[in-house]
Design a protein around this ligand. Structure first.
Ligand code: ZN
Length: 130
């Protein structure tokens, strides 16, 4: 590939903003990419900044998801325990069907929390938030 600005020179890379081939004379290395000297430098700096910010946001969202899975499992254990407790109380006492149904509902909520936690854990293992 030849340099867009001086076709007699070989290109050493491509501008990250406009995609033109650049020789060392017309290229600026901004660390994470090349830019045309002058016209594209600010664009490439913005692109690099966006890339770094999105990487940071991804790490933050993954950490939030990880901590939410802990809440899911803790909630599932709590609701399951309460549901079983309600059902045992309803079984021992006569006329306690409301307590029994409440216990059943708590167990359903516990199962939902458990499966949600498992789903989020699997999503994180596959490669983070999607
Ligand atoms: Zn350019």
């Amino acid at each position: 590939m030849k340099c867009f600005y001086n076709p007699s020179q070989d290109a050493i890379g491509i501008c990250k903003s406009c995609g033109k081939g650049l020789s060392s004379e017309f290229a600026v290395d901004l660390g994470r990419g090349l830019a045309c000297k002058g016209p594209c430098e600010e664009d490439v700096k913005s692109l690099i900044s966006l890339l770094e910010n999105s990487t940071g946001i991804r790490k933050t969202s993954d950490n939030l998801l990880r901590s939410s899975t802990k809440s899911c499992y803790a909630g599932a254990a709590l609701f399951f325990g309460m549901g079983i407790g309600f059902c045992v109380l309803a079984w021992k006492g006569p006329g306690m069907s409301v307590l029994f149904y409440s216990g059943g509902a708590l167990i359903v909520v516990a199962l939902y929390q458990l499966f949600h936690g498992i789903h989020v854990t699997q999503m994180l293992k596959k490669g983070g938030s999607q």
